[in-house]
Design a protein around this ligand. Structure first.
Ligand SMILES: *Cc1c(COP(=O)(O)O)cnc(C)c1O
Length: 425
């Protein structure tokens, strides 16, 4: 579900035709829909209303401060993985009690900043980190709360780069070790280890791995409670599917229908850390066709966005639906899908201008005939899009534009040549 729709063959972001934005701001440009973000957030909040739930949007998916501001105002907490993300959250007016902090390599400085902010939970990824947290908390006279990140060894059936809850990833501690960690640290008076955290990884499209993981974790909670450890919260992480293809993923309600019965009456506060499922289809990356060329059996469409703007296709082999922003009404797709059966299309590779073979957005894709100057929309670009963007090939990062109804605002300017070198002078 999102608010990027065609009207008479023209693509709109909410009530703004995207070509208006291209004319004023140029391309490539990230275009976000505020209503889409808020609707996804509210759906999650509503789906879990029967439990004491805190939804903590995962900042690494999409971190523009203007977006974090309205999410915070709508009651969202935040999942952070660095001091920089903590800074962003605090600048956006986040409630620090609703911040959870994961990451395998927290530095002393970052930990102390999080003490000072008064965050909700440190999500602990190793015993060594916990020892350091105890040491720093003692020095600073703080009594932080912590959740142990447990690796339930469940495969979310996703790309190996995004499967973080299986054994032999660098994240968390194995479930067999979790009990031992509590035996050693569970009654520590400096760090209050009182919760369990899991995060299975990103881009799963089924509910089952969560059910499997929660079964294992709830059994662990029972054992820990019998041993006298007070467990007050369960952080079920993120990774809930987003619709890169129309209706590809379970809804927030589908997940909740499976998860809520398992947690009812367990006296556990629930924390959720959705990233992609809230942000992914809240943005498009709008780009313009520079050149079309044929090379052997291939037809290439070269656009002005590159892998420095959106790296998910080469990094994860991720699928992004792509379609012209203006098209014959007969060619408006009814569904975003890999294999669209629309007559009059041609098979092309959509590639960027960067000097790498990996610089592509789509391979062997059926698209309406394109020519120089056409605008293309790369859909579902709101999660791990701009946040993963860089300056490779000395390309300034694209601007970010937020649409709200019939208005749009530049919420991050296009980087200039000067911006590229200011820190080098
Ligand atoms: C990245 C991440 C998330 C968000 O994952 P999505 O797939 O975007 O929902 C949540 N929790 C942790 C710990 C993460 O690292």
């Amino acid at each position: 579900m999102d608010y990027f729709n065609y009207k008479q063959g023209k693509l709109f972001a909410e009530d703004v035709p995207v070509d208006t934005i291209a004319k004023q701001v140029g391309t490539p440009v990230y275009i976000y829909s505020k209503a889409t973000f808020l609707e996804h957030l509210r759906k999650v909040q509503f789906a879990y209303r029967d439990l004491d739930t805190t939804v903590c949007f995962s900042i690494k998916a999409c971190s523009n401060i203007n977006i974090l501001k309205f999410l915070a105002q709508a009651g969202s907490g935040f999942d952070i993985v660095s001091g920089g993300e903590l800074f962003r959250a605090m600048q956006a007016g986040a409630d620090p009690a609703k911040i959870v902090y994961a990451g395998v390599g927290k530095t002393d400085r970052e930990i102390i900043e999080a003490f000072d902010a008064g965050i909700g939970y440190f999500n602990i990824e190793s015993e060594a980190e916990l020892e350091n947290l105890i040491c720093l908390a003692t020095q600073q006279g703080k009594i932080p709360k912590a959740a142990l990140r447990v690796n339930p060894d469940v495969d979310p059936k996703t790309h190996t780069y995004t499967a973080t809850g299986v054994k032999e990833t660098k994240f968390g501690v194995d479930i067999e070790r979790a009990e031992k960690v509590f035996d050693r640290f569970g009654k520590n008076s400096t760090v209050n280890l009182c919760a369990i955290h899991i995060h299975l990884g990103s881009a799963g499209h089924t509910v089952q791995p969560y059910v499997e993981a929660l079964k294992k974790i709830l059994a662990l909670v029972d054992i820990l409670r019998k041993k006298g450890f007070a467990i007050e919260a369960l952080d079920a992480g993120g990774g809930y599917g987003a619709d890169y293809i129309t209706a590809q993923s379970p809804s927030a309600e589908n997940y909740a229908d499976a998860i809520i019965p398992m947690l009812k009456g367990k006296d556990l506060k629930l924390i959720l850390e959705p990233g992609a499922s809230i942000a992914a289809n809240a943005a498009i990356l709008l780009t313009r066709v520079l050149y079309c060329k044929s090379g052997g059996r291939k037809n290439f469409v070269i656009v002005d966005a590159g892998m420095n703007d959106l790296i998910r296709p080469p990094l994860y082999n991720a699928f992004h639906f792509i379609w012209p922003a203006e098209t014959d009404e007969k060619l408006v797709p009814q569904k975003r899908d890999k294999e669209l059966k629309i007559s009059g299309t041609e098979i092309v590779d959509v590639v960027g201008p960067i000097c790498e073979n990996a610089d592509f957005f789509a391979k062997d894709r059926a698209l309406p005939p394109l020519k120089r100057g056409d605008l293309l929309s790369i859909f579902t670009a709101g999660a791990y899009g701009f946040t993963m963007a860089g300056n490779y090939n000395a390309r300034g990062r694209a601007p970010e534009v937020l649409v709200d109804g019939d208005k749009f605002t530049i919420i991050r300017k296009r980087e200039s040549y000067e911006d590229l070198i200011t820190l080098e002078k």
